[in-house]
Write a protein that binds this ligand. Structure first.
Ligand SMILES: NC(=O)C1=CN([C@@H]2O[C@H](COP(=O)(O)OP(=O)(O)OC[C@H]3O[C@@H](n4cnc5c(N)ncnc54)[C@H](OP(=O)(O)O)[C@@H]3O)[C@@H](O)[C@H]2O)C=CC1
Ligand SMILES: O=C(O)C1=N[C@H](C(=O)O)C[C@H](O)C1
Length: 272
């Protein structure tokens, strides 16, 4: 453990990503686990965070006191749920620390509150923290720019495990935004998120989304560019949640040296 190690708090410590984050912080250089948080009433309060995540005891008990933890820490890793994330952003702003947000499914109202918190906190937020998906976003933007909307239709297909509660995935929306940027259009005005019944032919220039859910799939995403007589597919498969956790820790270390503000993984990875 180094004297300059960044002190990180994992919120949602008992979740799928929370446990992965605890193991990843333990394994990576330059960071250490300062605290682990779950909501009041959680059966995990008081349990050792290392035991919870399969590491064995590490002397960090799970608590339900985020502000107490934040004021003594330098960063928060947050893969929870929108209401929790909005609350944690406010507390990170109070504590003037880094807040790395992986939570998906935030409404535009949630987004506005998070951006307001970024006046005082250094916030990095992305629907996907992996290097591979962020590269896929850059490639998607380039492909959408190169292939005109009159002749090429863009469809985004995603599959996740059966426990996922939001759709389309944050990653699918990130890829849709990249495609829209490549075409110089606003995604909100051109996306088709659901199809059912007699839909009529596909409106030209739209970006379609299709969602699959089942089993234990960690995350599968494809961007399909369909033309007359040919098709280009760009895709990413996640086979281990540690890709997201490593990205989140990298983001926290990067944001430590930044001014308060709202950043994305493209900023962190130098892909912007
Ligand atoms: N950006 C990225 O790279 C990635 C993003 N994600 C996103 O991360 C989020 C979490 O995913 P996952 O780990 O699979 O979900 P889980 O449901 O397994 O974990 C979420 C955890 O957060 C806890 N939690 C929720 N609200 C609060 C709160 N207000 N205070 C404290 N704890 C809270 C939950 O507790 P309880 O069960 O009591 O509600 C649970 O322990 C999702 O939005 C998912 O889409 C996931 C992977 C990668
Ligand atoms: O809920 C998940 O599991 C995941 N969520 C993110 C998303 O919504 O895209 C990232 C990853 O695909 C896993």
């Amino acid at each position: 453990m180094g004297a300059n190690d960044m002190k990180l708090v994992v919120v949602g410590a008992a979740g799928r990503m929370g446990q992965t984050l605890i193991r990843t912080v333990h394994a990576m250089d330059g960071v250490r686990l300062h605290a682990a948080i779950e909501r009041p009433g959680s059966p995990f309060i008081g349990r050792d965070a290392g035991e919870l995540s399969g590491l064995g005891p590490i002397g960090v008990p799970v608590t339900d006191q985020p502000l107490e933890a934040f004021v003594e820490a330098e960063g928060v890793l947050d893969f929870t749920a929108p209401a929790g994330t909005v609350e944690f952003a406010g507390l990170a702003a109070q504590a003037r620390i880094v807040h790395v947000i992986g939570t998906t499914g935030c409404s535009s109202d949630d987004e506005a509150k998070i951006r307001a918190a970024a006046r005082h906190a250094r916030i990095v937020k992305s629907g996907n923290m992996s290097l591979g998906v962020n590269l896929l976003g850059v490639l998607t933007e380039k492909a959408a720019r190169a292939l005109g909307s009159a002749d090429w239709d863009i469809e985004i297909l995603e599959m996740h495990h059966k426990h996922k509660v939001d759709a389309p995935s944050g990653t699918a929306l990130l890829l849709g935004a990249a495609a829209a940027k490549g075409r110089d259009i606003a995604l909100a005005d051109h996306s088709v998120r659901v199809r059912d019944g007699h839909t009529g032919p596909r409106p030209a220039g739209t970006i379609g989304f299709a969602t699959l859910r089942g089993g234990s799939v960690i995350g599968e995403h494809s961007v399909i560019l369909a033309g007359e007589g040919e098709q280009v597919t760009l895709s990413h498969s996640a086979t281990d949640r540690s890709i997201f956790a490593r990205g989140a820790v990298t983001a926290a270390l990067w944001a430590r040296g930044q001014k308060p503000g709202f950043y994305s993984m493209l900023d962190v990875l130098g892909l912007n």
